[in-house]
Design a protein around this ligand. Structure first.
Ligand code: HEC
Length: 101
């Protein structure tokens, strides 16, 4: 019985990995009000994040958190997050379909 459970778990995990979509970040709610869950900005004056370059998103988030990119709004949004959490958000937004021009 335990073997069967382990087997079905394995099948499930493999299927999820095959879909290749990143898991929804736990902290996504902190960003969604302005940038949208799928990275399509819902507030005027807010950049779309969907489909942006992953390395660019990572470095932008690090720069906001450190204050090197001095935007109080974004510093507040990123201030409480760990580097791993910021990376997870960057991976999520980079994987969303870009907004057509
Ligand atoms: C209150 C609205 C608001 C919230 C909440 C918010 N942002 Fe932002 N974000 C902005 C604005 C406005 C800018 C443009 C800032 C600038 O001029 O550099 C921005 C810029 C960015 C950029 C740079 C985009 C680019 O093209 O250079 C990234 C990446 C980003 N935000 C990610 C996030 C993430 C991840 C979260 C959640 C942890 C978040 N933001 C929460 C409003 C917000």
């Amino acid at each position: 019985m335990a073997t069967l459970a382990a087997l079905s778990l394995l099948v499930f995990t493999t299927a999820a990995a095959a879909a290749q979509a990143p898991a929804k970040p736990v902290r996504l709610g902190l960003c969604a009000a302005c940038h949208g869950e799928n990275g399509r900005a819902v507030q005027p004056g807010t950049p779309h994040l969907a489909g942006q370059d992953l390395d660019y998103l990572k470095s932008a988030l690090a720069a906001y958190r450190s204050g090197a990119r001095d935007v109080p709004l974004m510093r507040t949004a990123t201030g409480a997050l760990s580097s791993a959490e910021l990376d997870e958000l960057a991976v999520w937004f980079a994987a969303q379909s870009p907004v057509p021009p």
